[in-house]
Design a protein around this ligand. Structure first.
Ligand code: ATP
Ligand code: MG
Length: 251
């Protein structure tokens, strides 16, 4: 059980500069355990960069990052993953000529090998298949497990990416525009899938589609030029004149 009193994620004055550009500028943010939060903001606002700082793929210039109450500011990505963090990417990131199941097994094994294992090899092997299949069930792709990934629709590929992120049983999932490039029907399937995920998993997602964002999440954080300019429940943020001007007006 998640300890609900300790936030899943706490950012304190997190900044990232690329030369003279402040891509992320003193962002402070708390995401409670089990919360579903969306980050919105115009192109170039620093949303993806913020995810890379949280995952540890990019070093931050300043500030502090805590995961489940632990300071991870200086920890490498695999150590953060071992604490229960997983992410997806804005751009599809799969092995197209391997099957759906093979992609999933690679994700399961890759994560398992970074942890200490006392299982016998054969047990581990069957465990991995079971884990891969349960993940495919969760994302609605169990019946496609033998198909090569390149034969999946774009929407199914994005579903599989969520599955791969779920492979290590994460407690905090970062989703970077899960509905990017999807047709309306695919986007609805994705929305339903996200709503079905285990409520114990904390989700922080970047999403341009407001319908998806407000259906999946409770709270919204608005980034603009690397700064948090609004933070609150969907209804409050939608009514914020600054947000209407900079974000909705920028659509
Ligand atoms: N590796 C990098 N080197 C230099 N500048 C970068 C780098 N990565 C991002 N930037 C810049 O930082 C700013 C924030 O980019 P980022 O990709 O985080 O924005 P975003 O909010 O995810 O935008 P989008 O909605 O288009 O995905 C942009 O001005 C971008 O050009
Ligand atoms: Mg981005």
């Amino acid at each position: 059980m998640a300890d609900r009193s300790t936030p899943a994620l706490k950012l304190t004055d997190v900044s990232k500069a690329f030369g003279g550009l402040s891509a992320v500028d003193r962002v402070s943010l708390v995401v409670g355990a089990g919360e579903r939060r969306v980050i919105i903001g115009p192109n170039g606002a620093g949303k993806t960069t913020l995810f890379s700082l949280i995952s540890g793929e990019q070093p931050l210039t300043d500030g502090r990052i805590e995961l489940f109450g632990r300071d991870v500011t200086r920890l490498p990505p695999h150590r953060r993953a071992a604490l229960g963090l997983a992410r997806t990417y804005q751009i599809t990131n799969l092995f197209p000529k391997l099957t759906v199941l093979a992609n999933c097994l690679l994700a399961v094994q890759g994560l398992a090998s970074s942890k200490l294992h006392l299982h016998r090899p054969m047990e581990r092997y069957t465990d991995h298949f079971a884990r891969a299949r349960s993940v495919l069930d969760a994302v609605g792709l169990r019946d496609r497990e033998g198909d090569e990934v390149r034969t999946l629709s774009h929407g199914e590929q994005r579903q599989l990416e969520i599955g791969l992120a779920m492979a290590g049983s994460p407690r905090l999932l970062l989703l970077d525009e899960p509905t990017a490039g999807l047709a309306p029907a695919e986007s609805q399937l994705m929305t339903a899938l996200l709503k079905r995920l285990d409520p114990e998993i904390t989700i922080l997602m970047i999403e341009h589609d407001m319908d998806v964002a407000f259906e999946v999440t409770d709270r919204v954080t608005v980034l603009h030029y690397g700064r948090v300019v609004a933070d609150g429940y969907a209804s409050e943020v939608k009514a914020n004149p600054l947000v209407q001007e900079i974000y909705l007006g920028a659509e």
